[in-house]
Design a binder for this molecule. Structure first.
Ligand SMILES: [Zn+2]
Length: 457
């Protein structure tokens, strides 16, 4: 058995009583936390413990590993392809051609590159809404050491879909069942396979209903983009006779294992529907600001809805770091409501830790630092010109912490990054391979970007 004591650290537990030890320590045995408490008594009680690795963190802070509830691993190599264009151009001329030109190996490298950004920004667990190649993502997650709820992008209808993506409802479901059987529970149970629905534009009612039935049968979640843009709720109204959320309620699929992403265009009634059915929400503030609009997040949280945070994909946000998303979340709702008291820092930190874990139905395993839970944690070094002083540590972690302040990351009791060095994969090799593959996909997809300046190539 491997025993590690992390001591001389501030510890933000995010447990139900929100214990915070300004001078704390954590004892870890193998993959689990066994004890948390004040530094000096913990050190004293373990003074004669043999075979204990003691790590002095010298006044750094420990947080639970962050949970990103919506990140497109397979889009990482498309970063920079979606800037300053409208949604239809973004979708039909950039993202779809790019994604549909990828191979499984491209998806694997894209996932590795995205995983590096996730680890460097303190994420130990994420939910993926669906690339095409769960095999590529699964291989990457196995190597990266993080936790992933993987899904396949699933569409059985819609105009303008690339030919390689056209499939019927049965095929769409069968491929997902095969993915579940191959990958669910793999990598020491760090991988789960969820069922994906892309959007109501591309999903028939039959697919939506049968997807929910399968998710219930296999005891996993459904991950769907919901009420993203105004045109979507108008499309639902015109083709199904009700706006997106009301229609999903009418189909009977709103439930505690339903993760709804973006949820920008909801009526007050629809917010109540989410609350009544314990639907989980992933708020992606930066992507929403770019093209979708303001989600009514404070209103949803007041209604008791579990709202979490995601980064979306690289072509929609460019920054796959929850650290930046926390900051953006803290700002935009204060600005929209002209009320600086909404979205306090403690609530935002909960969105990316304990509430994120609850949205992924992993609240018994991760999301807070407590005896019995998995050792998924982040070591923050606040000793930079950009983060000091620490008058109000929790506010600082939301408003002035940068990705650079994330020093070490542990998942399942294993260091993924230590003192900013990635230990699980060869970072330099991945960066080189990512550049090569990104250029190859773009060439195959025939995507041309207009020059912004008087370019000499
Ligand atoms: Zn998305």
């Amino acid at each position: 058995m491997e025993k590690t004591l992390l001591y001389n650290a501030g510890v933000v537990t995010m447990d139900a009583e929100r214990h915070q030890y300004n001078h704390g320590a954590i004892l870890i045995e193998d993959d689990r936390i066994v004890k948390i408490g004040q530094n000096d008594p913990m050190l004293l009680s373990l003074a004669n413990e043999p075979d204990l690795q003691r790590i002095d963190l010298q006044d750094r802070w420990i947080l639970p590993g962050l949970v990103n509830t919506h990140v497109h691993l397979s889009q990482q190599l498309g970063r920079g392809l979606g800037d300053d264009v409208n949604l239809l151009t973004w979708l039909h001329e950039r993202t779809w051609p790019y994604e549909s030109s990828m191979t499984e190996e491209d998806s694997y490298v894209s996932s590795l590159l995205c995983g590096l950004e996730l680890i460097r920004s303190g994420v130990t667990c994420f939910a993926e809404p669906g690339g095409q190649f769960v095999n590529g993502m699964g291989r990457a997650v196995t190597e990266l050491g993080i936790r992933g709820m993987l899904a396949r992008s699933t569409m059985d209808m819609g105009e303008g879909l690339p030919e390689v993506w056209q499939e019927n409802t049965d095929e769409a479901l069968e491929i997902q069942i095969a993915n579940y059987e191959k990958w669910h529970g793999k990598a020491d149970n760090r991988i789960q396979v969820w069922f994906g629905l892309r959007t109501i534009f591309n999903n028939s009612d039959e697919l939506i209903i049968r997807t929910k039935e399968l998710a219930d049968k296999y005891k996993v979640g459904v991950h769907m983009h919901v009420a993203e843009i105004k045109e979507e709720v108008e499309f639902a109204q015109a083709t199904r006779g009700a706006t997106t959320v009301t229609h999903l309620r009418n189909l009977g699929v709103l439930d505690k294992n339903f993760l709804a992403v973006h949820t920008v265009w909801l009526t007050d009634d629809e917010i109540r529907m989410f609350a009544d059915h314990d639907v989980k929400v992933s708020h992606n503030p930066a992507a929403a600001m770019r093209v979708l609009g303001f989600a009514k997040v404070p209103e949803m949280m007041d209604a008791g809805i579990c709202v979490t945070i995601g980064t979306d994909g690289a072509p929609s946000n460019n920054r796959m770091t929850l650290i930046d998303e926390m900051w953006v979340t803290s700002l935009i709702h204060k600005g929209r409501l002209l009320d600086p008291t909404v979205m306090p820092a403690e609530n935002i930190l909960a969105m990316v830790t304990c509430d994120g874990a609850r949205a992924l139905m992993l609240e018994d395993e991760i999301g807070s630092l407590e005896p019995g839970k998995k050792a998924d944690l982040v070591v923050v070094n606040p000793n930079t010109a950009t983060m000091l002083p620490m008058h109000d540590p929790i506010a600082n972690m939301v408003t002035s912490m940068r990705t650079e302040n994330i020093e070490s990351v542990m998942a399942d009791g294993r260091w993924l990054m230590r003192d900013k060095e990635i230990l699980v994969v060869n970072e330099q090799e991945i960066l080189i391979e990512a550049k090569k593959r990104a250029a190859g996909i773009r060439e195959r997809a025939g995507i041309k970007l207009p020059n912004r300046f008087n370019v000499v190539d």
